[in-house]
Design a protein around this ligand. Sequence first.
Ligand SMILES: [Zn+2]
Length: 273
Amino acid sequence: MSEQVSRRAMVAGLLLLAFATPAGSPAPGSPLLPPELRDLWPEGMVVARGTRSVVVGHHAAPGSLDEMARRADTAGQRVAAVLGGPVRPLVVVPRTTREAAELAGVARLDGLAAVADGGRVIVVPEFFAMLNPTGKDVVLIHELAHVVAGTDRLPVWLYEGFADYVGYRDAGLPVKTAAAELAAEVRAGHVPSELPGPAAFAADGRDPVRLARAYQEAWLACRFLADRFGEETLVGLYRDARAIGVDQALASLGLSVATLTARWRDYVRDQLA
Ligand SMILES: [Zn+2]
């Protein structure tokens, strides 16, 4: 699925070589650049490399992709810490939001800073630029988690929540900060009654606060599972759910969607009230 849209390591500067690449030819010494990306744009393609990552930009200023390559390396390390590695991130940086949507094969990317598409992360340049440094890292890690873990056959709350679990795991943000919109709801006496479904994740620009809450609700479902059963169990549940379905995977933990929902609601209230 082309995720409805699919979000650092100190690296020696010498390793981060950015250079313009003539149309249609691979960057010199860049064996990691997949063939399908060598002809991504007929002109204006720029490639930057991190220690494990490759970033492909369109009409990017020389050097401007180096920061992205550092972030992509960090994202790869964070995802590998949860899912195993090594992870070799491939990040595409189009010139505009419209170009990003075309690449992702979707009509709109409102409010999305990046999307996972196949084996790559596509950055949505205008929205990504609006994030602070922590937000940029969280978004890249989130999307890379989708790329590495996959999303097929899973309910949206599980794959979005899992991606945010990996994204926020080492971000150092208090839960009430990272889940500010949901915390406001809870303080107002409204605890969500069910895990967020596909409609809640519609990135159509109509209700950005509801969209933010949907991600936060899903994140806390996965955070609850990791807090209660351990991170390895969360990762195992995710993999099992892809193989045998979420109901059977939850059953192995003595849970159903209904009992998980009840315990998640208590956790949300406890964490955010
Ligand atoms: Zn996502």
